[in-house]
Design a protein around this ligand. Structure first.
Ligand code: SF4
Length: 301
């Protein structure tokens, strides 16, 4: 029996047969891709000047109420392009060879991990040499992450909430903080300290070839929780990871709670960044320019 036939690929643990049905992520075992193209808007060590080879997968196990990619994360019917492991591998190689992508950046692939792992293995057997980046919500089981051990070079997870109440209210996932802690520990075990394309241990303008960047999106009215997240990351990983503090929250989804119907203010964001500096975070990224607006959401297939 394949993992898809009794799915426990993510912490939702639906135990549905995805050859026949869908779970909370909204996905069968058929892999759908919403876009595969160069992407310039990741952190500088991921996008670089040439761009990251981003492959956006349809569906999402976490389903945050404020998701900026809700058009592809909350699927009710198949959309995008259906790809098996072979087609995915060809896509990775096209991004590397034809578009000269700095890496292959797999965005929200958790619900398809076995197929994507097979695709990475196939692509590597056909000379995929750029780093593979796993870009996820952080809501992942250790067992599923073990399927990626030795295949992923750079982990780019979120750590969204420290407070369980926020995880319940915005992602219907009371276990998010605990699950994400364990997931990040496993990711760090796999890839360890950061290293960059030119062999330096320091970032300069280099592309990360191994390591972990943890993202945290600051939400309106919740700067205190953001500080707790950053404190946790600093205490747990020290200078072993980069922390990306994001200001780009944009209220694009329908039916948002009142407090999420505006962008993050400059004061809120600066408060969080100042705190990170005060507690000694040196390896990090900040964003300029506030919310991104819907125009920055890519065009989906
Ligand atoms: S991947 Fe989807 S079906 Fe499987 S446990 Fe997670 S939400 Fe449920």
């Amino acid at each position: 029996m394949s993992i898809y036939e009794f799915c426990t690929l993510c912490p939702r643990g639906c135990r549905v047969d995805r050859t026949q049905n869908v779970g909370i992520c909204g996905c069968t075992n058929d892999v759908y891709v919403a876009r595969a193209a160069l992407h310039m808007w990741e952190e500088p060590c991921i996008s670089g000047e040439r761009g990251s080879g981003a492959v956006f997968f349809v569906g999402c196990p976490l389903g945050c109420v404020y998701c900026q990619n809700h058009a592809i994360s909350r699927v009710r019917a198949p959309r995008g392009v259906k790809m098996d492991a072979s087609a995915l591998s060809d896509t990775f190689l096209r991004l590397q060879n034809d578009e000269r992508a700095n890496n292959i950046n797999l965005v929200t692939a958790t619900q398809y991990t076995p197929t994507v792992a097979d695709a990475i293995k196939l692509a590597k057997s056909q000379d995929l040499t750029v780093p593979v980046v796993w870009n996820s919500s952080g809501y992942e089981t250790v067992d599923t992450l073990l399927l990626l051990d030795g295949l992923v070079d750079v982990y780019l997870p979120d750590f969204k909430y420290h407070d369980t109440a926020l995880a319940v209210k915005y992602s219907h996932a009371a276990d998010y903080p605990e699950v994400a802690r364990l997931a990040l520990d496993e990711m760090f075990r796999q890839v360890g300290e950061p290293s960059f394309a030119d062999g330096r241990a320091d970032i300069e303008d280099g592309i990360m070839v191994r390591g972990m960047v943890v993202r945290h999106l600051v939400l309106p009215t919740h700067a205190d929780d953001s500080k707790r997240v950053i404190r946790y990351l600093r205490d747990r990983f020290g200078d072993g990871i980069y922390i990306s503090i994001m200001s780009q929250y944009t209220p694009v989804a329908d039916g948002l709670p009142q407090e999420l119907t505006r962008s993050v203010t400059e004061d809120e964001y600066d408060d969080v960044v100042d705190y990170a500096v005060d507690i000694g975070v040196e390896r990090g990224f900040t964003q300029e320019g506030g919310s991104v607006g819907e125009s920055f959401v890519p065009e989906w297939w």
